[in-house]
Design a protein around this ligand. Structure first.
Ligand code: ADP
Ligand code: ZN
Ligand code: ZN
Length: 732
């Protein structure tokens, strides 16, 4: 008998086998509905043979069922099938990240895990041949009578017209009496017009655009790093590459770290191409989601701009992926399937044979190493467009110019801001910390207010009069007395958060129009876009913000940026702290002086001699990264070696320690293989789970997946213990 492997969007080890009904021709990629237990589930007909390289093959065989117990596929859904390249990509990502392939498929199908209808289908028609054993209740009879005319209708329409609940409709669908169909028009996307007044490129811009055009026209896999200071025209150049891709009738995908915050990007695209691109991120509604999914699959969405998950859309004819701000850690998904969208974009390009362009003013060390090794082409735009100068950077040694007691802004910075405001230019204060104060301490007994579920201090949010944990959703009212010694009025806010800086600024600059930009004050994308527009209209004098202000905004009237605490982020043992800090601060600094007026950046630091501060001062990013490379090379830390983290978590510290010790005892060994730990994970307690970490570090020539498989197979685990594998962890 012919076995049909069907991959379900669920955490099973592999596809399940089904049989095809006599009159149903099925091929790999078809989206089908199959019985699973006593319900229906949507899945995809999968390949019988794996096409992965040997070091990535998933060794666990899926459960096999005897021929006579195979169940039949219920129906083939009227959706575009998933093509071979995408199936291979799903397998590849699953094998690389050691995730169940169904979990990766779930990202492609974007199904609700329990639903029977695929997200893009949104209506029903009656089945020509309803199941013979269908139980027909009076309510069901009403629906069947209504649907006899063959018109496709949505669940709500059916329920309203037949006077039944939505549950009845769903029941009939589950029972196989209704079939899912698309209600929306296909091809809803207007086609971009590539020749909408592109700007005249100059010098290095011209060369870079020509090189990218050539890559796109080659229709072969390649990776290009497009590097250039903020304002050098990188976006302009990659819009050219998109135009080249459209000219040859292929689809382009642009990944942005925070698409919800990219109203300016959208406007710019629209000005250039005359239409808005299709969008994909977690905050678009169900309908937009379906349209983009279908548009990607049928080719009508020629340009999709999205967050990292857009990488799993079923493009039928992809010709280019752009990863903008490639160094951003937001491209890393840290839950479920733990993957880095930048790296997986490169994999998708390789498997399907098209170019990938990664873009940054401050490329990651991984990307720089790939460029140096010749694996990536490197294009550099050395100067800002139109002769605009880069902002001048000043290091403020806080030991020499300390703020007044209980304040956080140095008198020198205050002077600078005053002068800027007097010139009627805009100033910005940056502090990457939400809330009022990061620590609340009892002055009498020294008690610190900590989260009961995490290794973290509770952050005071004075506006809401609560203490809240930034790692879980624990929030509690500000206690009236110290919970430990019961003293009154002894709890003290220690250190600044953005609310506290705002309070200080209101005192210092009472006449300034202040706008606070953080996720607490800006409810969502619309509010953020409005705030940015207000700044552009000069209705704001002083902007105070968290990392939200570091995104690629264009603030033409902003000439002074003050970094309240440049040292923040450099504490701790993370080897990547320096790289991350310089990337963030460079990005913030880049907001200043983007138009004609020159910009200034003032860094408040207690460690002005630190290499990060010195590099920000000199602007020599290359040299700094070279030093970073020298630190990582000898210990074969990434990118000079491979790294995987095992995070072991349990309900109690004892159980976590015990399980971690077992992994320690069975740790793999061999030439070029090293295991560090077990040790407490960076957040040793997170959402009530105790976490330990082991790091597997190997030479680049060693494949870590088979090692991890063997290792995980050696250690039996209690039910309450969880192990997460993080390949290429962001922090180490
Ligand atoms: P980046 O992405 O490197 O920050 P952008 O592409 O956003 O740089 O360019 C900065 C600004 O300069 C934008 O407003 C852009 O439209 C403008 N610009 C860049 N290159 C040119 C050019 N050759 N002609 C006209 N305007 C340009
Ligand atoms: Zn106390
Ligand atoms: Zn917490």
């Amino acid at each position: 008998m012919h076995r049909i492997p069907v991959l379900l969007p669920m955490p099973f080890a592999g596809p399940f086998d089904y049989k095809a009904p006599a009159n149903m021709a099925l091929k790999a990629g078809d989206i089908v509905s199959v019985p699973l237990g006593n319900r229906r589930q949507t899945g995809v007909v999968w390949d019988t043979h794996s096409t992965l390289p040997p070091e990535l093959v998933h060794p666990t065989p899926a459960k096999t069922v005897a021929d006579n117990r195979l169940r039949a596929v219920a129906e083939r859904l009227e959706l575009p099938p998933l093509n071979a390249e995408l199936r291979r990509f799903v397998d590849w990502v699953a094998a690389y990240t050691l995730s169940p392939p169904g979990m990766v498929l779930a990202m492609t199908l974007r199904l609700h895990m329990k639903g029977t209808a695929p997200a893009p289908a949104m209506g029903w028609v009656a089945h020509n041949t309803p199941p013979t054993d269908l139980r027909v209740t009076p309510a069901r009879q009403k629906v069947l009578a209504l649907m006899a005319d063959g018109t496709p209708r949505s669940t709500t329409d059916i329920a309203n017209a037949a006077g039944v609940s939505a549950g009845v409709v769903k029941g009939l669908a589950d029972a196989g009496a209704l079939r899912g169909v698309l209600l929306e028009p296909t091809r809803p996307f207007a086609q971009p017009a590539p020749l909408h007044h592109p700007p005249v490129l100059e010098g290095a811009q011209k060369d870079a655009a020509a090189a990218l055009r050539q890559s796109v026209q080659g229709k072969k896999f390649s990776v290009t790093l497009l590097e250039g200071v903020t304002g050098s025209g990188k976006t302009e150049i990659y819009l050219e590459a998109i135009a080249a891709c459209l000219e040859q009738g292929q689809q382009a995908l642009v990944l942005l770290p925070e698409i919800a915050l990219s109203a300016q990007w959208m406007d710019r695209f629209t000005r250039r191409f005359g239409v808005r691109p299709a969008v994909w991120h977690s905050e678009i509604g169900q309908k937009a989601r379906r349209l983009t999914w279908l548009g990607a699959a049928d080719g009508s969405a020629t340009v999709v701009v999205g967050a990292r998950s857009a990488l799993f859309l079923p493009f039928c004819n992809p010709g280019l992926i752009i990863v903008d701000e490639e160094h951003e850690s937001l491209f890393k998904q840290e839950e479920g399937v733990i993957y880095n969208a930048r790296d997986m974009a490169v994999v998708r390009g390789r498997l399907a044979g098209f170019p990938v362009v990664v873009v940054s003013a401050t490329p990651s060390l991984e990307t720089l190493a790939n460029a140096q090794a010749g694996r990536y082409q490197r294009l550099v735009l050395p100067t800002r467009h139109g002769g605009a100068s880069l902002p001048q950077t000043h290091l403020l040694d806080m030991r020499e110019a300390p703020p007044e007691r209980g304040m956080f802004l140095s008198p020198k910075l205050v002077e600078d801001i005053t002068a800027t405001l007097e010139r009627e230019e805009q100033a910005m204060l940056f502090l990457n910390r939400r809330g009022y104060a990061p620590l609340t301490l009892c002055r009498t007994c020294g008690h610190r207010m900590e989260c009961p579920h995490c290794t973290a201090w509770l952050v005071e949010h004075r506006n809401r009069q609560v203490l809240s944990c930034h790692y879980c959703d624990h929030t509690e009212p500000m206690p009236p007395v110290c919970p430990s010694c019961k003293s009154e009025h002894s709890l003290t806010a220690i250190g600044p958060g953005i609310e506290r800086i705002t309070e200080e600024a209101r005192q210092l600059f009472p006449d300034a129009r202040i706008l606070v930009m953080s996720s607490d004050t800006l409810g969502g994308p619309a509010a953020t876009a409005e705030a940015v527009a207000k700044i552009a209209r000069r209705e704001v004098d002083l902007i105070i913000g968290t990392q939200i202000v570091a995104k690629g905004w264009h603030f033409p009237h902003l000439t002074l940026v003050g970094i309240v605490d440049a040292d923040l982020g450099l504490g701790g043992a993370d080897l990547r702290a320096g790289e991350r800090t310089i990337q963030l601060l460079h990005q913030v600094a880049g907001r200043a002086g983007r138009a004609s007026a020159p910009g200034r950046v003032v860094l408040q630091s207690y460690t002005p001699e630190h290499p990060v501060m010195q590099a920000l001062l000199s602007g020599d990013f290359d040299q700094f990264m070279e030093q970073e490379a020298e630190q990582r090379r000898p210990g074969f830390w990434p990118p000079y070696g491979r790294l995987a983290a095992l995070i072991i978590s349990a309900d109690t510290p004892q159980a976590a320690d015990e399980a971690a010790a077992r992994f320690g005892r069975t740790a793999p060994y061999g030439e070029g293989i090293q295991v560090l730990g077990p040790a407490p994970a960076p957040l040793a307690l997170l959402r009530g789970r105790h976490r330990r970490r082991l790091l597997l570090r190997t030479w680049r020539s060693v494949a870590v997946q088979p090692i991890l498989h063997r290792w995980l197979g050696l250690v039996p685990l209690d039910r309450h213990v969880r192990v997460e594998v993080d390949i290429d962890p962001v922090s180490f």
